[in-house]
Design a binder for this molecule. Structure first.
Ligand code: FAD
Length: 524
């Protein structure tokens, strides 16, 4: 059977871009709705030697899903949950999902314990029944943008606020079905296919052998989404997680759920200055609470708060509460635990820490139930969202502008140094900028909002200089968004030409013609 694609006409223009606001070009677009269709398209594109760019929900901000010619492979119609199992060893439920399942929809299904289970095997139906009577379970990865797809999250090894405690997506992927550029299907299960030191060999379902050597660059000891994951003897499943669709297309994933904590509270605390906020974070990172733990520590600098004060005037952000001028820097803290009392005690202890460092426990918003927590999450999401909308507005008169958003993480010992570097270089720059992000993981997003092409070039130069400094600190140029097409040069600075060559060798094994996600990771 021939699998057809359509020509990219005006109605498909949105598919030429992602949330980075970069715009690409493509001749064709396809929307497979089954694994069979996906494999067929990959085989046919191989025969026709077409370049293929994989798309999930296009919420990425590194232009990974922005096509550079050829065919767009959009997976939004492969959006079913295919089944559910119970893993006795892990004492956890797992879900088999297609890549186009949207995170917010998955959350809703889990919350309501309701899935479209038509077509599920009898065993899966029985597990679902057991699941429905077995308390609350959730999927911990939480990139701030809940409209991301599971396939895109796996491709980028996404993480979010709660990754401080739960880690990135990688830790919740138990299995993958990956289609290579030529249409071979490789099935992987955690703990089943391992590298022999740095040598790997995988056989596809049709018997094709893929073998080669894993890169040998040192993997930084920070939260990291830069380049191909590597470690001696590693689980080969992990090679595909975070490979940004350059090695294969995730056609199906088996993801692990965990039992939802009995109680969750959160607090956005406002500090009189940045120093006291950072000291609070450093103390909270080490703090131990009996029966409870800190799940997230998020940061908003004074400019981010000023930016949000301004955004409140717009209807989309009118729900942001008023912030008096003395609210200088904010830290969001989320605490989970065994019961409400335990979490309440841990939150009181967190308030003591904030008073100890010079904060005021009256300058806080505390959420003790999901509805209130949602408001604090809205506040957290509002910063990047408003920056993106602001860039959209500026692009109307300056189409060449894109957001300049950093995604770098450093080791614990360098957090103060890196903040000092951003503040020092930016405060004299004359640029408009905000800082926010996952401070618990020493992972700060600097967003520059250029007002002119001159400022855009100035911001790009600063970003490159910061990347070099972060690499020298032992950090990473991308901790969660991936390299995409925008950070290829920084990746080269991080792993060097030798590292890039080692990655290219791996890519050649799975995609000899270099047709899959051209430009991503290796540069346009
Ligand atoms: C406001 C905002 C906040 C954000 N905050 C965070 C955050 O806190 N943490 C975080 O990690 N990210 C964040 N992101 C970025 C983004 O949401 C994530 O990178 C997300 O994982 C991308 O998923 P997607 O489905 O939109 O993928 P896309 O943007 O469609 O694609 C991303 C990459 O994955 C590849 N890909 C997609 N699907 C597949 C597949 N099935 N197989 C192989 N490759 C595939 C694409 O080719 C591309 O390279 C944020 C984005 C926005 C707009």
């Amino acid at each position: 059977m021939d699998y057809q694609w359509e020509t990219v006409t005006k109605e498909y223009q949105d598919y030429l871009r992602d949330e980075s606001r970069s715009v690409g070009h493509a001749e064709y677009i396809s929307f497979p709705d089954s694994e069979e269709a996906l494999v067929g398209i990959m085989k046919q594109s191989s025969e026709e030697n077409l370049q293929v760019t994989v798309q999930g929900a296009r919420t990425g901000i590194s232009a990974g899903a922005v096509p550079q010619g050829g065919l767009i492979l959009n997976l939004s119609r492969m959006n079913r949950v295919l089944g559910m199992e119970y893993d006795e060893k892990m004492e956890a439920y797992t879900l088999r999902v297609q890549p186009g399942v949207i995170l917010s929809e998955l959350r809703e299904m889990l919350e309501n314990k309701s899935f479209d289970s038509s077509g599920w095997a009898e065993y899966d139906q029985a597990v679902l029944k057991r699941f429905q009577e077995d308390g609350d379970w959730f999927f911990p990865p939480d990139p701030t943008e809940a409209s991301a797809s599971i396939g895109g999250m796996i491709a980028c090894n996404a993480s979010g606020a709660r990754s401080f405690h739960f880690g990135p997506v990688r830790e919740y992927v138990q299995g993958l079905r990956v289609v290579t550029a030529q249409g071979d299907m490789i099935a992987l299960e955690r703990d089943r296919e391992r590298a022999n030191d740095h040598a790997f060999a995988l056989t596809s379902e049709s018997g094709h052998l893929f073998q080669g050597a894993l890169p040998e660059y040192p993997w930084p000891k920070v939260k990291n989404a830069s380049g191909y994951y590597t470690a001696a003897g590693m689980d080969l499943l992990d090679l595909f997680i975070g490979s940004e669709g350059t090695l294969g297309v995730v056609a199906e994933a088996c993801i692990r759920l965990i039992r939802e904590p009995a109680a969750m509270w959160s607090m956005t605390a406002f500090f009189p200055d940045e120093e006291s906020a950072v000291t609070y974070v450093e103390k909270m990172k080490k703090a131990q609470f009996p029966g409870a733990y800190t799940a997230a520590l998020e940061y908003f600098n004074s400019r981010a708060l000023d930016f949000l004060r301004e955004q409140r005037k717009q209807p989309a952000f009118a729900a942001i509460p008023e912030m008096p001028p003395e609210f200088h820097t904010a830290i969001y803290t989320e605490i989970h635990g065994d019961d409400e009392d335990t979490v309440s005690e841990a939150m009181m202890a967190a308030c003591e820490v904030l008073v100890e460092v010079g904060g005021d426990d009256e300058m806080t918003w505390i959420a003790t139930n999901p509805r209130e927590m949602e408001k604090l999450h809205f506040f957290r999401h509002a910063t990047p969202e408003a920056v993106n909308l602001c860039i959209d507005e500026r692009r109307k008169s300056l189409p060449a502008l894109t957001k300049l958003g950093t995604d770098m993480a450093v080791p614990d010992a360098s957090l103060i140094k890196v903040l000092e570097m951003y503040n020092r270089t930016l405060s004299d720059s004359g640029l408009e900028w905000v800082m926010f992000g996952h401070i618990g993981d020493n992972h700060i997003h600097v967003n520059i909002l250029p007002n002119s092409l001159k400022e855009y070039e100035q911001g790009k130069k600063m970003y490159q200089e910061w990347a070099e400094a972060v690499i020298a600190m032992g950090g990473t140029v991308s901790a969660e968004h991936g390299i995409g097409k925008l950070k290829a040069r920084m990746l080269r600075d991080m792993y060097g030409y030798d590292g890039m060559a080692m990655m290219a060798e791996v890519k050649k094994v799975f995609d000899p013609a270099g047709r899959l996600n051209p430009g991503s990771i290796f540069g346009v």
